[in-house]
Design a protein around this ligand. Sequence first.
Ligand SMILES: [Zn+2]
Length: 76
Amino acid sequence: MKCVRCGAEASAGLTTEAVELGNGGVLVVRHIPCYRCGHCGEVLYAGDVVTRLEALTARAEELVQEVTVVNYAKAS
Ligand SMILES: [Zn+2]
């Protein structure tokens, strides 16, 4: 996959993302599959990963108190 910022080649890896929720909570998702640019460090997600993260975030807003950490690979 090419980096959207600089056009260099991005390689597959895993990352952690912290998402601020509408209810004031924070959801931390670990082990998210991503592509990381070796040149500028930009992190890219495949389309299905974005969709799944949005679903996780929407569900978390109903459950999260302050801070919740989930493992992407284990969350359905
Ligand atoms: Zn780049």
